[in-house]
Write a new protein. Structure first.
Length: 276
């Protein structure tokens, strides 16, 4: 099977005065066209840093080695400008907190237009037409009004939909979703996950879904890679992770999920008894 992105023995260290602190240690994984790879781990596990290192989103205080191949082409060593052109075009990125990803002093329409103009030769009329079409595809009501609004006038869920729309409008070969459901409510989480599933199936795009939430990952990922302390400690499909994981850290994540689901069922049972 061909791969869209493949990391081989990727290592990231934080440069300090006389030493270097290892943060990501020989991480390897690959994702194919039409496949969603879930990258699971708690805060500080190295899951986001691994992908940021590959995409040129870390500054010079980090030392990166190993290999990151996009469509067979090495990314490590490319210039900042080459990687910037890659991001937002052939690679779409959806970040964790949509409120911090939009400039508060510019209208939504202007920010969409800026991104479209950076990767295409469309004129203003075509940019507006495509902006409206993109918002309609994301099932955002009154798209003309949304283009005129500022970020603070939209909910977190709506901003996340706009971000997903921008990321997918360029028909990327790889879509990176970095904790896309963390800062939004449960109902909107469900809608966003369904939207990502729809995009994966319709566009046959390769997808990396990065999260600490096993429940969210289980809904969209075909395979899961588990990271702990900068290392891959387990990988497999959801059934393997849930029932056959041998790594103690992975089993702890599974037990945490099971505990939450047990508590959820208790609350539902109590609520049902109170209304009986």
């Amino acid at each position: 099977m061909s791969t869209v992105l493949e990391l081989k023995n990727l290592q990231v260290g934080l440069r300090q005065r006389q030493s270097e602190t290892p943060l990501v240690k020989c991480v390897s994984f690959a994702v194919a066209p039409g496949e969603c790879l879930g990258i699971l781990g708690e805060s500080g596990s190295g899951k986001s840093m691994s992908v940021k290192a590959a995409m040129g989103l870390l500054d010079s205080s980090f030392h990166i080695s190993g290999s990151a191949l996009f469509q067979g082409e090495e990314l490590l060593g490319k210039s900042a400008e080459e990687l910037r052109r890659l991001r937002g075009g052939r690679v779409g990125i959806i970040l964790q907190n949509p409120m911090t990803c939009f400039d508060p002093i510019y209208r939504i329409g202007d920010q969409i237009a800026e991104t479209f103009a950076a990767h295409n030769s469309w004129d203003k009329a075509e940019i507006r037409t495509r902006s409206l079409s993109m918002l309609e595809k994301m099932r955002i009501r009154s798209p003309e009004e949304v283009l005129e609004k500022y970020p603070h006038q939209l909910s977190g869920g709506m901003l996340q939909r706009v971000m997903i729309g921008i990321a997918t409008a360029m028909a990327p070969e790889l879509l990176i979703a970095d904790e896309p459901t963390t800062a939004i409510d449960a109902i909107t989480q469900f809608e966003i996950l369904n939207e990502l599933l729809k995009i994966k199936h319709e566009q046959k795009v390769a997808m990396l879904f990065i999260s600490h939430d096993l429940n969210a990952i289980s809904k969209v990922a075909d395979r899961i890679v588990v990271l702990n302390q900068g290392q891959v400690v387990d990988e497999g499909d959801f059934h393997h992770i849930l029932y056959h994981a041998t790594d103690p850290y992975t089993r702890l994540l599974v037990e945490k999920r099971a505990a939450v689901m047990r508590q959820y069922r208790v609350v539902l049972k109590k609520a049902g008894a109170e209304h009986a």
